[in-house]
Each structure stands twice: as C-alpha cells, then as structure tokens.
Design a protein around this ligand. Structure first.
Ligand code: 3PG
Length: 212
C-alpha cells in the first residue's frame, strides 16, 4: 500500500495519538474504528508508544496503524518491527527519506516551505504532511502551492479541529487531515471510549462520510 492509498483510507482524519499507557491503546483504537475511522498515528513521544503500536496491529487488524513524531532514521525499523504500516515525521531530511525507501515503509514527510516540498519530491515523496498547518496559515499556503507544485497529496496537521477540518478538506491538494482533538487525555483517563467514538463519528459526519 502506498502512502497515498493510506491517506485516502484515512480520510477525513488521521488521529494523532499520544499514548501514555499501552493498556489504553486497544480501546482507543477500537473506539476510533467504531466511530468510522480507518487509520491512526501513534506518536513516538512516550515510552509505551511501540508497545501500543504492537497491540493495535495485533488486536485491531482492520485499522491501519502508523507511527508519528519520527525524527531519527533508526526509529523506522523498530516501528516496522512493532507492526507499524507507515510513518510520519514533523519534518524531512535525506537520511529519513533514504531509510524509509530502504525499508519500503510508506512515509509521510513533514514540510512547510516550497523548498522542502521540492526536496521531498526529488526523493519521490508525493504524499506530504503540512506541519504545523494552522500556525503557518496553512489554508493560504496550500492554495498557493497548488499552482506550481502539482500532483501532491497533503495531510494538513497542527491546529486542525472540528471548526476548520472541512475548509482544509475542500482544498484539491488535501487528501486528509491529522489531529489530536478526538482523543483528549481526560476521556482516556475516564475510559470514556464512547465519547471518543462520538468525536470520530462527528468528524466523519462533518466530511459527509456518515450520519451522526
Ligand atoms: C502533533 O504532532 O502533535 C500534531 O501536529 C497534532 O497537532 P494538534 O494537536 O494541533 O492536532
């Protein structure tokens, strides 16, 4: 599966997860799946991240699971071994790109300037994460990039929420968005999986994918 296929499957939203306790990984993943979503990004920011990836890949096989916050090439092989089907980075450099290609691991590099986009394109990456989207006026940036830099598929992430999701998704070069708002800490602490499903359902409904 290519990164482009994965973004298409993830539409409208790739939830960005920061999992503190691997025991919560499967219920979170199941809740998001029940709410209509097909993919999750587990950020490598907590000690339990890889264990969480492993649990999700084994116990929720109908959900695509990837890793995020990849900043160092050595993280990629470890993530793949744990069951990650794709990887996301907040930025881009050749070492990350080369290792992802070597591992044949679908990879979503982070970019926010035309030069970064061109460097990623030069290595063959056409699916890109615009990060941090809202902080850099991502809507206008994506519109401006669409003219000169064509055939690209963006996942806008950073500051996306229920009020701007649809506007981003309406852009021709946006395949899906990333966001953390579906899985707030408080709901996880309260084990309120039903509310996490509702937030996922709401995001899908906003994008016209299902009814509330
Ligand atoms: C991240 O890696 O934290 C993502 O950009 C999520 O951003 P958000 O919390 O603004 O959705």
């Amino acid at each position: 599966m290519t990164m482009e296929d994965i973004l298409r499957k993830a539409y409208p939203l790739l939830p960005v997860l920061v999992i503190e306790d691997a025991e919560t990984a499967v219920p979170i993943a199941q809740a998001l799946k029940a709410g209509g979503l097909n993919a999750v990004e587990v950020t490598l920011r907590t000690p339990d991240a890889l264990k969480s990836v492993q649990k999700i890949s084994e116990e929720v096989p109908d959900l695509l699971v990837g890793v995020g916050t990849v900043v160092c090439p050595t993280q990629l092989a470890k993530a793949q071994k744990a069951g990650a089907q794709f990887a996301v980075s907040p930025g881009f450099n050749k070492a990350l790109g080369r290792e992802a290609l070597r591992l044949k691991m679908p990879f979503l590099p982070g970019v926010m300037t035309p030069s970064e986009v061109m460097k990623a394109m030069k290595m063959g990456f056409k699916s890109l994460k615009l990060f941090p989207a809202d902080a850099v006026n991502g809507l206008e940036l994506l519109k401006s990039l669409h003219g000169p830099l064509t055939d690209l598929h963006f996942c806008a992430t950073g500051g996306i929420n229920r009020s701007n999701l649809l506007t981003y998704l309406s852009l021709p070069n946006v395949s899906c968005c990333g966001g953390s708002w579906l899985v707030p800490n408080k709901l996880v602490q309260n084990k309120d999986w039903e509310q996490i499903s509702s937030l996922a359902r709401e995001a899908c409904a906003l994008a016209g994918r299902m009814e509330l």
